[in-house]
Ligand binder design. Structure first.
Ligand code: TXA
Ligand code: MG
Length: 325
């Protein structure tokens, strides 16, 4: 296979950061940590580099990618910010928020990364290693989650290598990610901001800044929702049964909160957060799904997760994991 290559393991120190930036400037593929999940990064201004992302992930179609920038000033050179976009950027950047805005006249993000759209998805991540690499690379960096298409997102360098070893040029290992679910995506295109994907910034926090309820993407009269928001996504090999009271015989169990009944003896079981902490549950979500899936159960039963705060993003990812394939 001509796309086969040796994947360099880089430490998250000054040397590793410099090497990652050098590779990105050469148009190569580097998995790097963000505070949400690991991203599979490439030079967003190079159509060829971006095409490499789709190849490594085996993305079936050219979904648009998020361009990552080191700060708001750099982001404003790529896209046009209305008052809502500016307020949201100032409130949540750097952090787990992506803004979809109209492209600026000087937008350098390649057509391929934008999938030919007149809008561009921009994010300023908070992870210090990501920010250092972005600064050193000195150009917009496209980065979808560093998993093979359709699989559970990667929240550690080991998860990245499970899916992409030999398909990418390097991975920067900075340990497990803190937030654990992807960024919240808000489109600010025509006045009323729309929620395209729930994520690391809770809906209530966004609504607090814009001063009104977020319009839901996909409602009547709305433009097509984010192309990446396919029903089946983040899918383990096992089936997924949601809002379960307890595991049935043969099912692996993914719990949440205190569990008086306990797991079925002999069946694998993990708990997203024994204390019912939604931030802890988000951080554990993809790793626990991968760990249970690796044991080969036919079904993973998942406890009900409340919809408050990060619960909306967790339930969104679980619904996709459970969707018919
Ligand atoms: O936390 C995150 O956002 C991670 C880290 C690595 O930053 N990235 C991530 O990227 O989740 P990805 O490619 O898995 O998801 C990007 C989403 C897709 O659903 C895509 O359809 C949507 O963003 N998107 C990108 N550009 C868009 C645009 N112009 N209009 C609408 N949706 C867009
Ligand atoms: Mg993804």
């Amino acid at each position: 296979d001509e796309t086969r290559r040796v994947t360099e393991r880089l430490r998250a120190d000054a040397q590793g950061i410099a090497r990652a930036a050098e590779l990105l400037r050469q148009g190569r593929l580097v998995a790097l940590p963000t505070e949400t999940v690991y991203g599979l990064a490439a030079d967003a201004t190079s159509g060829e580099a971006v095409a490499g992302i789709y190849g490594a992930k085996e993305r079936p179609s050219f979904n648009p990618l998020i361009a990552h920038l080191p700060d708001l000033a750099a982001a404003r050179r790529q896209g046009l910010f209305d008052a809502n976009a500016l307020a949201l950027a100032k409130a949540f950047w750097p952090g787990p928020l992506t803004l979809v805005v109209p492209v600026s006249g000087g937008c350098e993000v390649s057509e391929l990364a934008r999938a030919g759209l007149g809008s561009v998805a921009l994010r300023v991540p908070a992870h210090p290693v990501a920010r250092a690499i972005l600064q050193a690379a000195d150009r917009p960096i496209a980065a979808p989650s560093a998993n093979r298409s359709g699989r559970v997102s990667a929240t550690s360098a080991a998860h990245v290598l499970e899916d992409l070893d030999g398909r990418i040029d390097a991975v920067v290992d900075a340990g497990p990610t803190e937030v654990g679910v992807e960024s919240t995506i808000v489109a600010c295109l025509d006045g009323a901001p729309r929620l395209l994907r729930p994520g690391g910034v809770p809906r209530s926090a966004i609504e607090g800044v814009i001063g009104r309820p977020l319009v839901l993407a996909g409602e009547a009269g709305m433009a097509p929702i984010s192309p990446g928001l396919l029903a089946s996504h983040y899918a383990p090999s096992a089936g997924v049964r949601l809002d379960a009271q307890a595991p049935r015989p043969g099912e692996a169990w993914l719990g949440f909160g205190p569990e008086p009944h306990g797991a079925v003896p002999g069946n694998p079981a993990l708990n997203l957060s024994a204390t019912g902490d939604l931030a802890e549950a988000a951080a554990n979500l993809f790793g626990h799904l991968r760990a249970l899936d690796a044991l080969g159960p036919a079904m993973i039963a998942v406890a009900a997760i409340p919809m408050q705060g990060l619960g909306e993003a967790i339930n969104d990812r679980l619904r996709r994991a459970a969707a018919p394939r």
